[in-house]
Ligand binder design. Structure first.
Ligand code: GLP
Length: 241
């Protein structure tokens, strides 16, 4: 595990974009792992800038999302599929059918998770997985207590995560209770894990993930186990290391 601390979130986004640009320029059919949340937004903005101004080409990229809410209406703007299309697929001009996510409306969520796990394997696995960290140490939607070897599966969100994510919804009650998420074992199989965190609000979770014990009580601590993990932090997020 490599931990890199830079003064600002803009600087961490730029370094993360360098890593993704290197992948795109060296791998003919790159597979990206996409995260939602506000943390990767500056990275997506920087990739969009490089796509528009420097011809960084995503036409041959494929992408897999980390997670999805269960039960949001098909036209809800906070469905992660909609967020990723708005922030990533459309601006980077990744072919729409090359971007995949677990279907939160599937009639059989367990079967849908197995299908999704297999789809990642069939694509040859994920080259660079982008991830944020929840204030409670979650990664994707793997809440504390998630098994370190878990695969894609349905999960129930805990109260703190629903509260954290309420800012994206019109009321806290509107935040779904259930999600489909890649497991810690799924994320562990990615060839390069890029964990991003910015702001003091993440400092405790970052310290537990990076310096605490490897433990299901802090799911993001799998960075310590990962064969190639880069933790990219701005100074406030690194302030308790
Ligand atoms: C959600 C997502 C996570 C993300 C986390 C942190 O719970 N499922 O993938 O890492 O939020 O979000 P933010 O980056 O907005 O703090």
């Amino acid at each position: 595990m490599e931990v890199i601390v830079l003064p600002t979130a803009t600087a961490t986004a730029s370094l993360a974009a360098d890593i993704i640009e290197h992948l795109l320029r060296s791998e003919p059919h790159p597979v990206l792992g996409l995260a939602t949340g506000s943390t990767p937004e500056p990275l997506y903005a920087e990739l969009t800038r490089r796509h528009k101004e420097a011809g960084l080409d995503f036409a041959h990229a494929r992408a897999f999302m980390l997670d999805e809410y269960v039960g949001l209406p098909a036209d809800h703007p906070e469905r992660y599929a909609a967020v990723i299309q708005r922030e990533v697929t459309d601006p980077l001009e990744i072919p729409v059918d090359a971007v995949h996510g677990p279907d939160g409306a599937a009639a059989d969520p367990v079967a849908e998770c197995a299908r999704y796990e297999q789809a990642i394997l069939d694509a040859g696995g994920i080259d660079v997985q982008i991830a944020g960290i929840g204030s409670n140490g979650h990664i994707a939607f793997n809440e504390p207590g998630s098994a370190l070897t878990s695969l894609t599966r349905p999960k129930t969100l805990n109260a703190r995560t629903r509260q954290d994510n309420a800012r994206f919804f019109s009321s806290p009650e509107e935040v779904p209770r259930h999600v489909l998420t890649q497991g810690l074992g799924t994320i562990g199989r990615s060839r390069h894990l890029l964990l991003l965190a910015s702001g003091e609000g993440k400092a405790d979770a970052v310290a537990r993930a990076v310096e605490g014990p490897l433990s299901a009580s802090c799911p993001a601590s799998i960075v310590q186990l990962h064969r190639h993990a880069t933790v990219l932090l701005d100074e406030p997020a690194a302030s308790r290391l």
